[in-house]
Each structure stands twice: as structure tokens, then as C-alpha cells.
Design a protein around this ligand. Structure first.
Ligand code: NAD
Length: 313
């Protein structure tokens, strides 16, 4: 039975990854200090032979004294509300935390995958964004702590691969949604669902013409595991290329919830990208991967699996 170490395993994506790895017959070591995650996300996993949670802050050096085959490095604040509240922590987890986790993968000769982000592309001067686009990021704006931490973590990952021979992979994740997102984490889908289900006004930033592409969590996790098991080293985009304006997203949320909420407009955040859509030809060719869940179906599944009470928060 392969052993997988998942940093950030008590978070939104990490907990879904733990579930899927266990379902596929793997043993999972979840490393998470619960900074933005929660035991609630993993309390349903009751198999001590196959799952263990270690409350470790990966900013400090750490080691695991048993064989590890795969390391999935997801620990990092991920929503704007979190990384704006935790700017230094975000930089440290991307730098020290990634160093320590790469060192652990090296010591165990494990395959290492880092969860990077579409935010490494910054302002989308190229649209849709292919992996070859180097990006246009503001290093000193408030979002820079997240974007630059991820860019540094990618550089570090390639250095460990080239200089130290670590078997590494980089997944560039585009906006992903599903159950276990926190209702108040500031991201568009949990915010709109919370507001619509409580019949409160839906708050769209700017005029709502900025676009995003939303990937359902089960599609993302399937792509992440496929990449980890592929042996490929360069970055790979994983996301859903169907592109929606934020206003279209708000209307889709009204449709699936049957809510009567009105849509209101608020100021656009600083350095908010105007467009976001992945070019996924590489993931298709390399991994045979493509998303299967359309936005309306994914929103319905999110409501069913999370439950209205949890989403309203
Ligand atoms: P999340 O906040 O739900 O999960 C992050 C987890 O990391 C949390 O459980 C948190 O407690 C843990 N963590 C943070 N700092 C830690 C530390 N110092 N030591 C140990 N654990 C720590 O976020 P998420 O949405 O699940 O994102 C997971 C990863 O995927 C992140 O690296 C994020 O940048 C990346 N990502 C997510 C999305 C998305 O749409 N959800 C998009 C792009 C990239």
C-alpha cells in the first residue's frame, strides 16, 4: 500500500485529496496545523491504519519517521481573505515550508507535487493562459505575498529537481469549488451561495464583467493524482476552461438556489485579474485529463453535499 503525505490535508482541497487517496487504497499522513483548515473536514475518516493527522507547522523543520512514496504539498493560505490577513505566514509557508517539505521528499526519495496556482500568471496579457506564459505579477501589491510565494515555490521545486534530483511535479490550479469551502472565506462561489441561500443581496465586485473559470473539486483531484503519478516535471494547468463573467456566475447561483436575492455591485479589489481561463491542451495530451462537471451541475452537487445550513454558515 503506497503512503502519501499530504500537507494542508485538513483544508478544502487537501481533505478531498485525502478521501480520494484512501478510496484508491493508499495510506495517508495528513500534516496540517489547522491555520485555515479544520478537523471537521477530516473527522469522517475513521481508519487509524490508513489515516493519521499530525498537527505540525511546516514553517519549522519537520520529519516523518516512516516510508513515504508520494508527497502532496498543499499547505498555504489560499483565499484572499486569508493571505491578506496572514501576509508573512503566506510568504514563510511558500518558502521555508516548501524547503522543508522538499527536503522530506528528497530524504524519502518520494515523488513530490506542489499545489501552485493560476495566480502565478498575474495580469493575463495572454488569454487563455498556457503554461508557457511567464506572467505579469505585481510583487509589491497586497496580493504579491501569495503570487510571489507561489512563484518562489515553483522556482525552488525546479531547483530541487535539477540540482538534487528530486522527482517533482507542479500543478497550476485554477479556481476550484465544492463542499468544505468556508462560507466566509471571501471566494466568489461560497460567498454567492451563502448570500443566495440566505436571501441576502449577492455582492458582485466591479461591474461583474471580469471572467473566471470554475473547476469542480472531483475533477481537480482526479487531475492532481494523475499528474502526481505521471513522472512529468514541468508545470501543468488543471482547471475548467469554461469561462464565465462574475455576473453570469451570480445568475447561475440564483438559478440553482431558486433565490430571489438581488445582485448589487461593490468596488473591485486591487490587482484583481480581469480574465482567467486555463489552456488545458497539455493536461489533455499528457494525462488524458479533462473536466467532466459543468458549472450548474457542480453548484448543485456542492449544495447537496455541503448542505444548506453549512453553506449559510
Ligand atoms: P485551504 O486554506 O482550505 O487549505 C490550506 C491548508 O493548509 C489548511 O488546512 C491550513 O490549515 C494548512 N496550512 C496552512 N499553513 C500551514 C502551515 N504552516 N503548516 C501546516 N499546515 C498549514 O486552501 P485550499 O483551497 O484547500 O488550497 C490548497 C492549496 O491549493 C493551496 O496551496 C492553494 O494555494 C492551492 N490552490 C487552491 C485553489 C482553489 O481554488 N481552492 C486555486 C489555486 C491554488
Amino acid at each position: 500500500m503506497p503512503t502519501c503525505l499530504v500537507t494542508g490535508g485538513a483544508g478544502f482541497l487537501g481533505s478531498h485529496l485525502c478521501d480520494e487517496l484512501i478510496a484508491r487504497g493508499h495510506r495517508v499522513i495528513c500534516v496540517d496545523n489547522l491555520e485555515t483548515g479544520s478537523l471537521v473536514n477530516i473527522e469522517h475518516i475513521r481508519d487509524p491504519d490508513r489515516f493519521v493527522h499530525l498537527n505540525i507547522d511546516i514553517i519549522e523543520p519537520y520529519y516523518v519517521d516512516e516510508p513515504v512514496d508520494f508527497v502532496y504539498h498543499l499547505a498555504s493560505p489560499a483565499s484572499p481573505i486569508d493571505y491578506l490577513r496572514l501576509p508573512l505566514h503566506t510568504l514563510k509557508v511558500g518558502s521555508y515550508g516548501t524547503h522543508h517539505t522538499l527536503g522530506l521528499a528528497k530524504a524519502h526519495r518520494a515523488r513530490f507535487l506542489i499545489a501552485s496556482t493560476s495566480e502565478v500568471y498575474g495580469d493575463p496579457h495572454v488569454h487563455p493562459q498556457p503554461e508557457s506564459y511567464w506572467g505579469h505579477v505585481n510583487p509589491i501589491g497586497p496580493r504579491g505575498v501569495y503570487d510571489e510565494a507561489k512563484r518562489y515555490a515553483e522556482a525552488l521545486t525546479m531547483a530541487y529537481h535539477r540540482q538534487q534530483g528530486v522527482d517533482t511535479a507542479i500543478i497550476r490550479i485554477f479556481n476550484t469549488y465544492g463542499a468544505r469551502m468556508r462560507p466566509h472565506d471571501g471566494r466568489a462561489i461560497p460567498t454567492f451561495l451563502r448570500q443566495a441561500l440566505a436571501n441576502r443581496p449577492i455582492t458582485v465586485f466591479g461591474d461583474g464583467s471580469q471572467t473566471r473559470s470554475f473547476c469542480y473539486v472531483s475533477d481537480l483531484i482526479r487531475g492532481m493524482i494523475a499528474l502526481s503519478e505521471s513522472g512529468y516535471h514541468d508545470p501543468v494547468n488543471v482547471g475548467n476552461p469554461d469561462e464565465f463573467t462574475l455576473l453570469e456566475l451570480a445568475k447561475a447561483v440564483l438559478e440553482v438556489t431558486g433565490s430571489q436575492s438581488e445582485i448589487v455591485f461593490e468596488a473591485l479589489p486591487i490587482d484583481d485579474p480581469k480574465q482567467r481561463r486555463p489552456e488545458i491542451a497539455l493536461a489533455r495530451d499528457l494525462l488524458g485529463w479533462s473536466p467532466q462537471v459543468a458549472l450548474i451541475d457542480g453548484l448543485r452537487r456542492t449544495i447537496e453535499s455541503a448542505g444548506v445550513e453549512t453553506l449559510v454558515g
